[in-house]
Structure formats: C-alpha cells, structure tokens
Design a protein around this ligand. Structure first.
Ligand code: ATP
Length: 253
C-alpha cells in the first residue's frame, strides 16, 4: 500500500471487508507464520472487542479498524507496555492532523474528553518466550450516529472538525509513529526515551483523577507515568500509588 512508508510496520497489509475482529483474524494469520509488522485492516468487525470483554462497535467504513502483529525478542513481562506505545503513536498521528488530542491512560485516545480510539493488546507465548503480540486499534474517523449510551463518551475526527478524512492516510501516519516509538521503546524496554513525549500528550497530568478498580475507587492527583508505564497517583496525604494498566479505569474530575 502506497500510503505506508515504513521499514516494517504495516509493510504487509491484509485487507478484509468483514471479519469477526481484526485481533482474532491476525491471531490466525500469526499461526500461519505471518511476520513482525504485518497489519490486518477491516471495513467492518462483527465482533469487535475492548478490554474486559466489552464490545467495540463501529459501522462499516466509518473508522480505522486494524491490528498489527509483533514478534518482539524481549521478555513477555514487557508486552503490555506496548499498549501505551500504540496510544502514543495514535495520539501523535491525530496531533499531526491538527487536533488537540490527549491520551487517556492506559488505552484510550480522546478529543475533548471523548474517546476517538481504543486499543486492545493480546499476547501468546511459547513456553517462556513471546510467540506474538497483537495490538488492535479502533479509531473513529468519519460521521455516524453513536448509540445513545455512547453519545457523551465517544466522538470521531469528523465530528470534532466537520471534515472527512482518508482512512489510509491515518493508517500510514499511525504506522510511521508506531515504528519510531517502538524502536525507541525496545532500546531500553521501558519508557525512558518516550516519557517526555508521552507526558506532553497525557490527559489529566497534575490534575485530580478518580481511579476505579471494580467496586473500589479512590481520588488523587495524576503525576504521569514512571518508566515502567505505571500511572502515579498522589493521594491527599502525599503518598504516591503506582497503578498498573490492565486492572483499572482512570477518570478526570
Ligand atoms: P473506560 O472508558 O471505561 O476506561 P475502557 O478503556 O476499558 O473503558 P475499552 O474496553 O477499551 O474501554 O473499550 C470498550 C468500551 O468502549 C465499551 O464499553 C464502549 O463503551 C466503548 N466503545 C465501543 N465502541 C466505541 C467506539 N466506536 N468509540 C468509542 N467508544 C466505544
């Protein structure tokens, strides 16, 4: 595809009109030997997924729905950090289109506090080694009527700007930024090289937030992420709690 000018990210692209989910599809391709950087793109997902088995919904042709397959050499414990690397890449791509975008740690990208992108990372191991990492990305691009329960939580690029976008251009921009960020990430297997850029785009930095973990919740001030990608939340008594991605949701207050 002519839109993607990268060394490996999205060099091979599979395209489908309709799949169950791009993550499930590329998982099957990975078992047939698809290589690092292979990208699966679909016009429609009949069973798009979010975290905790939640649904990701988008009408046909409305959005970017894609999953990249990675075969990192590093230890499995680092794989979940790639969610944050992809969040950064999507935010940088949207930033490059001229939006005031922010990252809602750990896995969403937002415009005016409404979600325009969700990210779902999954991993398979061979013994103690990584077999594959899949990073699924849904970006709301063009106009559609969101279901009632999503209307105050979701938006799209077109809804915010009144303009339609070429989805292939967006895919190309995300792949460009992801490849650069990933290469910086694997130098240290942490966020040392990406911290400053991440904090530039992070929502609620030094602002009050509520951390929700099932029925439990607490409030504090977000102090951004540490080099492991954990969110630092300072409570009123000055103690700082580290929150790891995967378990929680964080809301601005
Ligand atoms: P939270 O916003 O509560 O932190 P989350 O980050 O865990 O949620 P995900 O699991 O990544 O969310 O995504 C699933 C959720 O996203 C669904 O529960 C639904 O509310 C919402 N959603 C589904 N489709 C879309 C879409 N196209 N655009 C925006 N939000 C969507």
């Amino acid at each position: 595809s002519q839109a993607i000018k990268t060394k490996w990210a999205g060099k091979t692209v599979y395209f489908a009109e309709k799949v169950d989910s791009t993550n499930s599809w590329i998982k099957r391709l990975s078992k047939e030997g698809a290589e690092h950087g292979t990208l699966a793109v679909a016009e429609f997902q009949s069973a798009g997924r979010g975290r905790f088995d939640r649904k990701w919904e988008a009408p046909e042709g409305s959005s970017v729905m894609m999953t990249i397959l990675l075969r990192p050499e590093f230890e499995p414990q680092y794989a979940s950090m790639l969610t944050l690397v992809m969040g950064l890449a999507v935010a940088q791509a949207v930033d490059e289109l001229g939006f005031k975008v922010s990252i809602k740690w750990p896995n969403d990208v937002v415009l005016s506090r409404k979600k325009i992108c969700g990210i779902l990372t999954e991993m398979g191991t061979n013994g103690t080694k990584i077999g594959y990492v899949l990073i699924g990305v849904g970006i709301n691009v063009n106009l559609w009527e969101f279901p009632e329960e999503m209307q105050d939580k979701a938006t799209s690029l077109a809804m915010e700007s009144g303009q339609e976008y070429d989805r292939n251009q967006i895919i190309g921009l995300v792949m460009k930024h992801f490849e650069e960020d990933y290469e910086r990430f694997i130098q240290t297997c942490d966020f040392e090289n990406l911290l400053e850029e991440y904090h530039r785009i992070l929502a609620n930095l030094n602002q009050p937030v509520r951390v929700l973990n099932g029925a439990d919740s607490f409030e504090g001030v977000s102090r951004g992420i540490d080099t492991k990608g954990e969110l630092l939340v300072e409570k009123a008594d000055g103690t700082v709690t580290k929150i790891s991605a995967g378990e929680v949701s964080v809301r601005g207050l």
